[in-house]
Design a protein around this ligand. Structure first.
Ligand code: BTN
Length: 227
């Protein structure tokens, strides 16, 4: 059964993840989506800043966490974004494990990867009721943030750069919320089957499978082949 999600739009906020996390902590919302036109203090992974001028998508979603493994919620958001962007715009868009959406181009025999979007997941245990996830995605749409360049080893790219035209934000945000909340609702109602489904859908949009990956952690870097 599809759960209903409350939806909030704000013109400007420091960080949609911070805003939604505080509402969840207070027990004001549980299943919700917050979309901002711009962020004044957008947050990236590993304590980095996510430069968030008007023209990009800054979206966070929250849900009670029903399955043991919270990473399925993060994967579901990445899969939903990759599926929607591939269907609407380009097959060159992939989900790069764990939390990046990249554009891969072959030019003169060389492979170029550029970062289109990033995902930041937070797990919240100190709520009045159940544990929750708050997961945010920033997508470079009609703007190319000046900072965050070359983070994770690749430069930024935007849909505008790829398509050479402006992309309307609202339909994309709504489709994305629909797709993510659909998978998250399934995770709540039928966790075992949906976890398998998430893995199968992930295989179709991932760029990582079979490639050598490095996991960057605060304590250092671990390397291996993604399976
Ligand atoms: C990354 O470092 O790649 C993750 C970036 C995540 C940015 C998004 S924008 C919406 C949400 N609010 C934030 O402050 N960060 C996330």
């Amino acid at each position: 059964m599809k759960q209903s999600y409350e939806y909030f739009f704000v013109e400007e906020i420091d960080s949609t993840n911070r805003f939604l996390r505080d509402m969840v902590r207070k027990g004001d919302v549980s299943r919700a989506a917050v979309w901002a036109s711009r962020q004044s203090a957008g947050r990236g992974r590993l304590g980095r800043e996510w430069i968030s001028p008007k023209g990009g998508i800054y979206l966070s979603l929250s849900s009670p966490m029903k399955v043991e493994c919270p990473h399925y919620y993060t994967a579901a958001l990445g899969i939903a974004a990759a599926e929607v962007l591939r269907e609407e715009y380009s097959d060159d868009i992939f989900l790069k494990w764990p939390n990046d959406l990249i554009v891969v181009k072959k030019q003169s025999g060389a492979i170029h990867e550029a970062k289109l979007a990033g995902i930041l997941a937070e797990y919240i245990a100190d709520t009045p009721t159940e544990h929750h996830v708050v997961i945010g995605i920033g997508i470079n749409v009609n703007t190319l943030p000046s900072l965050d360049a070359n983070i994770g080893g690749f430069p930024p790219i935007s849909l505008n750069t790829m398509r050479k035209q402006e992309t309307p934000l609202e339909p994309l945000v709504k489709t994305l919320i629909e797709r993510v909340s659909g998978i998250w609702s399934e995770l709540e109602c039928n966790p075992s089957r949906t976890m398998l489904d998430v893995v199968e859908r992930w295989k179709k949009v991932t760029y990582t499978l079979g490639k050598i990956v490095q996991i960057q952690r605060r304590g250092g870097v671990v390397e291996g082949v993604a399976k």
